[in-house]
Design a protein around this ligand. Structure first.
Ligand SMILES: [Zn+2]
Length: 530
């Protein structure tokens, strides 16, 4: 068998979400060593509905989500199983009440997905995620199903072959069906208590499939408010409830705010490069990218005090209060950036957070988050008015120059990118709030501490075919200037997410709520209109 492990440094764009296949359980509470006669291998029937072993099977609560495999990897595993190819041993640990999968979560989940015909989109996943299954996840699940049916067949069809006579046409299928009945996966047991099992988990995962930096960070700080909040938002309060031990009030509050934040950051769903102006401020959701974005976001907005606390600087949260506080602080900032609340600037994502080819830029987003957070912390409510005065010039400047700026940002040291960009935005607002003021791109670049010759960064096309990137670029070029503008400030309106209906002739002066007297404006612009 060739490794099923995904390559290091991958993006989770086309990964099958099998996280519902094996539930999670808190690992730490069970400290006893447990000895008994343990099963020596793992037949497939252990994964069948109602199998006693399946009922005992758990993932440690800190294990990463089972969503790292491509459809190809899922199918290859199933194929290897029915074709009797080598599959590496599962590593299990027996706790008093459960059997924990220390290594092999993806393997077992892929097999169970096949048996249940649920590749992240059917009954088990739907119950697990409630209704929050993204379009992308549904598409990938369907692609995995098709690929499996083509290469291996349906599990139920194969089961139906068991015991049937061999004919000339079904030899391969018949052989595979036999394997279903007789094959078992090899397994090893970890001896010792929970601490020993946890140590094994880290050892195994630092050898085989390396954990990403972000995963290691989340695991190490898994009882802290930032990790809990990030994991809650990424699934809009559904999926495994890392927060289920908190007080009922905190649980209810966490689930409420995370749904709002999910909507605020990740809706509507789009494919990138985007060919629509209806875009999420947080880019498209692929679980690992989303988690790392959320950790950064929550750290920037996390505290009301000055400065930024890193994920590790937060104490463990035992009641849920700290998690609720972190979520509330985040919402406080986010609803000023996007959404319909009266203080919302309703920043258009295409103008502020995406480049001219419809690609999301997290630094531009986090820089704006950081800027708004700072202004809120210093109670500088006047700044929002200054921003509104500067807005139309600022947006023109960004539309023309942000790709160049974004390209230069990545030449900065990683730890500086967000804050340098924030300072640049702050500077631009300060300049553009003065009527008639212009800023050259060279001035902006020198503000970043960079200098040099500006080169044309556009890709050179050498074939007559049109790439997705180019299509997205043409779309952005044509659509943005035609987007609706706010008649009060001249800035671009995000008409799907962040508009407010303004009475042109005010209510106090007898203005009516009929169509002729209404216009679409930014919620914030409406709130400060005299
Ligand atoms: Zn406006």
């Amino acid at each position: 068998m060739i490794g099923y492990a995904p390559k290091e440094g991958f993006r989770l764009a086309n990964r099958v979400d099998l996280d519902a296949m094996i539930p999670r359980e808190d690992f730490g509470v069970m400290d006893d060593t447990f000895n008994m006669d343990l099963m020596s291998d793992f037949p497939l029937r252990n994964l069948a509905k109602d199998a006693p072993v399946l009922k005992l099977l758990r993932k440690p609560d800190f294990q990463r989500e089972t969503n790292h495999w491509t459809p190809e990897q899922v199918v290859t595993l199933i194929e290897s199983f029915v074709d009797s190819e080598v599959i590496p041993s599962l590593i299990l640990w027996k706790a008093p009440s459960f059997i924990f999968v220390i290594d092999g979560g993806h393997r077992l989940s892929a097999l169970r997905a096949w048996m249940e015909d649920d590749y992240g989109d059917k009954h088990i996943s739907r119950a697990f995620y409630k209704t929050e299954i993204s379009e992308k996840q549904l598409k990938i699940a369907e692609a995995t199903r098709k690929l499996t049916e083509k290469r291996v067949g349906r599990y139920t069809d194969l089961v139906a072959q068991v015991g049937l006579p061999v004919t000339g046409t079904n030899t391969k299928m018949h052989k595979r069906a036999q394997v279903l009945a007789t094959r078992a996966l090899p397994l090893q047991w970890i001896q010792g208590n929970a601490a020993a099992a946890e140590t094994s988990f880290y050892k195994i995962n630092s050898q085989g499939t390396p954990l990403d930096d972000i995963e290691t960070m989340l695991i190490k700080n898994r009882r802290g408010p930032i990790a809990i909040a990030a994991r809650a938002i990424v699934r809009a309060g559904s999926g495994h409830k890392y927060w289920s031990g908190f007080t009922p009030e905190c649980v209810a509050e966490i689930e409420k705010i995370t749904v709002q934040l999910y909507e605020n950051v990740f809706k509507p769903e789009v494919d990138e490069p985007a060919k629509t102006l209806e875009l999420p401020v947080g880019g498209s959701v692929s679980p690992l990218d989303a988690l790392s974005l959320l950790v950064e976001l929550l750290c920037i907005t996390g505290t009301r005090q000055q400065g930024v606390k890193s994920i590790a600087q937060y104490a463990e949260d035992s009641t849920g209060k700290a998690t609720v506080a972190v979520l509330r602080n985040c919402y406080e900032v986010l609803h000023r950036i996007s959404g319909k609340d009266s203080g919302s600037l309703g920043l258009h994502p295409a103008v502020y957070f995406y480049n001219e080819r419809g690609k999301y830029n997290r630094f531009l987003f986090l820089a704006m988050v950081s800027l708004v957070t700072e202004k809120l912390k210093s109670n500088n409510s006047g700044w929002f008015k200054e921003f509104t005065s500067a807005r139309s010039s600022l947006e023109q400047f960004l539309i023309t120059n942000k790709s160049l700026i974004a390209m230069l940002i990545v030449t900065l040291w990683k730890g500086q990118r967000i804050y340098k960009t924030r300072d640049l935005l702050d500077y631009l607002v300060n300049e553009f709030k003065i009527p008639g003021k212009t800023v050259s791109v060279e001035e902006a670049i020198s503000f970043l501490g960079l200098s040099g010759r500006i080169v044309d960064v556009r890709n050179v096309t050498t074939t007559p075919s049109i790439s997705d990137d180019t299509k997205a670029a043409v779309f952005m070029r044509e659509a943005l200037p035609k987007a609706m503008h706010c008649p009060l400030c001249g800035g671009i309106l995000d008409q799907t997410k962040s508009v407010s209906y303004d009475h042109i002739k005010g209510i106090q002066s007898g203005g009516l709520g009929d169509a002729d007297n209404l216009q679409l404006v930014h919620p914030f612009c409406n709130s400060i209109k005299n």
